[in-house]
Design a protein. Structure first.
Length: 96
């Protein structure tokens, strides 16, 4: 059986692109809210809404990643040979 060799899911360039895109969109949304010609309470509401969207996006991404990792772990577990549960001197008798 060939040993499992994990490969990276994404390149460092993809991570850099993701960080830059996140920073640019967050700064753009923040600047748009700051310079919006409305009352302060409306800006505060929009700012809190943007923060809620950002945090819920992180949570959703984590849940999707965890589900994919669980599926991968389940797939890898199917490839391992079954191990005996009992290694004592006598074999247990089956229950009637």
């Amino acid at each position: 059986m060939n040993p499992f060799i994990p490969r990276p899911r994404a390149t460092s360039q993809f991570y850099l692109q993701s960080i830059i895109a996140f920073a640019a969109s967050s700064i753009g949304a923040g600047a748009g809210i700051v310079y919006l010609p409305v009352d302060l309470w409306m800006r505060a509401f929009l700012g809190m809404s943007v923060l809620f969207v950002i945090t819920s996006t992180f949570t959703l991404a984590k849940c999707v990643r965890d589900r994919q990792e669980d599926a991968l772990a389940e797939e890898m577990a199917q490839q391992y040979p079954p191990m005996p549960v009992w290694n004592g001197p006598e074999q247990p008798q089956p229950r009637p």
